[in-house]
Write a protein that binds this ligand. Sequence first.
Ligand SMILES: Cc1ncc(C[n+]2csc(CCOP(=O)(O)OP(=O)(O)O)c2C)c(N)n1
Ligand SMILES: [Mg+2]
Length: 737
Amino acid sequence: MATKTDPKPAGVAAEKIRSEGKTYEGLSREQLIEAYRIMYTSRRVDDREILLKRQQKIFFQISGAGHEAVGVAAGFALKPGYDWFYPYYRDRALCLTLGATQHEMLLMAVGAAADRQSGGRQMPSHWSFPKFNVVTQSSPTGSQILQAVGCAEGGRYLAAHPQAAKKSEGDYRQFKEVKFQRDEVTYVSLGDGATSEGEFWEAMNTASNRKLPVLFVIEDNGYAISVPVEVQTAGGNISRLVAGFPNFHFEEIDGTDPVACYAAFVRTAAHCRAGEGPGFIHAHVIRPYSHSLSDDERLYRPDAERNRDAARDPITRMQMFLIRESILDENGINKLEKQVEDDLQVAVDQALDAPPPTPDTIALYVYSPNLDPTDSALQREPASPVPAADGKKLAPKTMADLINATLRDEMRRDERIVIFGEDVADCSRQQYLQEKLIKGKGGVFKLTYGLQNDFGCDRVFNSPLAEANIVGRAVGMATRGMKPVVEIQFFDYIWPAMMQLRDELPLIRWRSNNGFSSPCVIRVAIGGYLTGGAIYHSQCGESIFTHTPGIRVVFPSNALDAAGLLRTAIRCDDPVLFLEHKRLYRETFGRAAYPGPDYMIPFGKAKVVQAGTDLSVITYGAVVPRALQAAQKLEREQGVKVELIDLRCLNPFDWETIAASVSKTNRAIVAYEDTLSWGYGAEIAARIADQLFDHLDAPVRRVAAKDTFVAYQPILEDAILPQAEDLLRAMKELVEY
Ligand SMILES: Cc1ncc(C[n+]2csc(CCOP(=O)(O)OP(=O)(O)O)c2C)c(N)n1
Ligand SMILES: [Mg+2]
């Protein structure tokens, strides 16, 4: 093991005196004993969990065996509750060093009600300790890395805008304690296998480019389940591949040697804290216990290879080191281990006695328990339009104008808001703006135009062309209490962010038992009817997101609703997917004067666009004006009165308004722009059939797109998407049924 000492003085007595004060890369003898105690505890918790799993007293086990030394070293070099941590599942020793207890770990393993990390929702070793800034972890390999980047950016932003951290009444800020340190570091660790995930490279790119204080730790045990590192990583060594990223401090170390690891962490953390950029520690470790209890590595690793690993076991190496350095003798080691065993037994007994959660807790924390965005009290009337200088009323504005105005007013009101995405800035090369050489862009649809100019480039900036990067960073920032309002340029390109949108963003609160939350806003340009938008600029697909618990989904059809709902989205304590129909951005339909900086519409409240008695049409988005056109024609031609309902918000949706309407008209059409089968309307139709069956005089009909993608040629596009004529035909059929 690496030690840094003065040359040995002559004579035993002299050596004894010297060795009392001797340190090992700055670690005292007491710290080394403590390191061993934690490493040994970590290993023994794994051993006990394995036993408990075999006895079917717990339901899953994954160990940190072989990774203890690097974890303890990181925990010694960094500061719990000051720095931030995104540890992966093998970081048991790190968490113990930061202050977590074996008791808390075992409560998670049995899935106890008292498991504060997740309330019995997550597998063991999915760490979450708010008091130490250990942020809730999930199972997808690599999804934590971009969040760590966002977390580091959040810290840096807050250091530059300290007043933004202040609590404020009346919106999400009331419920979030925001803390930051000027020289904080964000630790994120992952395995050699996880470095193959695209999100790893996206995170490295942004951390490097923005010189962020992120400390990447690769715990390289040579395998990802059964796949060896040379298959995973070109050339077999990740350090060689990443060496070209600027601004990094790199270390490649023996991760089974806590002293060498500690020294590397101290050097790397100093680089990060000084604002020089990110750090990268590549630690070679071992994996003595197979991947998990579901894996038997003897199927793909011969004994000789496994024995070579065993010879580097950090627990035995550390034991031998302590004895060799006369820090502990055999007796001392035995005493320490006995104490660990005794403490562990108490923790195991307590965990086995701990009652499980009751099933009535399952819906807790899917959404914020503090702020209900459906509360009718949020509703505000539009401010009366300010008369223009010439006394005339202000000209009605488009949906695009009002979204832009709402963003501007909210940014003025709440300094925690940052906006980023592809092309959203006015101009990344600031000096062009300052010298007034250019006008600025502000988004491909110009929705964010002028915001960088008004609020500066640390609040409005371009991201790389990488959607997971946008959402993952937003999740990390929002976890810190920031309010990122990010943009996905086209719904058709939301899919690279799907891991973040499905497995991370909506789950942060529920899986951490309300320990963390991530209420950001994802604005997305969506939809077709563009004449030439074709397959990749016309998609809908909202039902994929309404199918995901934990994320609110909003889809306005007009300018006023867009303004009111966007404001609610921004002030909300839940994550929101805000879908903006491209065709409606500048449509004449639904223009309005700006309703002022307080205008809000609660979520889950539909709007009755026109009242009627003969048939209910339930729809949203760009189908609203088409349905209105059809309904007006039907009334002119046949005197049929259609009740047209614009849902406005898809999750939650306004079942009460639907039920009241269908109970009155006894006939229902659900119309939507997405493909017919498995679309959003299928759920509404099923609920009507299920709960309003006795009121129905006709089958529930759906009008939607054909089950294809949207084609380029306008004749095909028209045939694929639902048109006013399709709606009219269905309305006629249903009233005549
Ligand atoms: C996105 C994703 N794909 C697959 C898995 C299944 N899986 C869990 S761990 C693992 C291997 C991880 O290997 P590595 O990153 O080297 O970490 P190690 O387990 O070796 O410490 C795989 C494939 C997963 N959890 N997430
Ligand atoms: Mg591995």
